[in-house]
Design a protein around this ligand. Sequence first.
Ligand code: SF4
Ligand code: SF4
Length: 355
Amino acid sequence: MNKKPTLRKRIGLELFRRLKKNRVILHEMHTLFWECTLRCNLSCRHCGSDCKVSAEHSDMPLGDFLHVIDELTPYVNPNKVLVIFSGGEALLRPDIEQCGRELCRRGYPWGMVSNGMTFAERLEGLLASGMRAATISLDGFEKAHNWLRCHPQSFKKAVRSVQGLIQTTDIKWDVVTCANQQNFDDLPEFKRFLIEMGVKNWRIFTIFPAGRAALIPELQLDDAQFTQLMEFIHDCRLEGIIHTSYGCEGFLGNYEMEVRDHFFQCNAGVHVASVLADGSISACPSIRSNFHQGNIYNDRLIDVWNHKFQPFRDRSWARKGQCAVCNMFRYCEGSGMHLYNDRDELMFCHYKRLR
Ligand code: SF4
Ligand code: SF4
């Protein structure tokens, strides 16, 4: 597929642009991440590539986070704000189930992202505490997964977690895979493995060469492989057996709507907010600290949401560097916010990678 948007695609992109403007004006919070711990039971190769705070922070007391929730509740419809526990590995906290119950009591749906190391044994309790959504990382077959996760049992445990989720009803869950040199050639076979297990939703993401990840060439796909990956996801979607998508990051030209269910929009700060381990308020958890908007220990989340977050809602500042001369800026607006470095410079353009 040629990467340049066709006329038909451009019409779709123009219509979506209007919709996007309205969404920015409405500015409704749909997702609230809580980076509930920076502790982890794995030491994955790609972890740290996006690090922006020290892992020395101790876990935020549950009461502090619930205080944020209680301050927020009068201003939102709790049923429409999905709270997601992220980390580190959220399940290193013993009180996730308690937090889940407290959120349920207040009307918030909640979910989590997990590496699957202890998820299977906690699943019953998590479900009993009202968990509504989950994402498990599974990065290919055993060798590739254990290589990335640097742990000999990590694949078996993640698979057990997925098998547990397959037995559930009424919860939304998916498997997320980091495409890299170790698993790239196996993706078609891995897809069959997921289908045979009973996985219905599969999300694939890629790692961009920055920070620690830049030092490990096997973590990155080259431009030809990246384009091949888009073709692969497109084919999976046409086949329709497993709902496959590319992650939310990056404008993808003519692949827009072909590899995701929606046109590209970075929802950070438009629909997504985060409370980070040290209390910082941000949009997505992986956005660097130069974009932090306040701290729960000094500010009310709702005030920050309503009166700050301008760099996320008005992206005109991003029209600089390579984006200043790009004729896709009107649709892309300088890509995902997590792709900006400490000097507010874009580190990576997905569109340019496409062949
Ligand atoms: S150069 Fe900038 S605006 Fe153009 S596609 Fe890349 S990230 Fe988007
Ligand atoms: S900051 Fe990145 S991860 Fe967050 S919504 Fe934007 S593109 Fe997605």
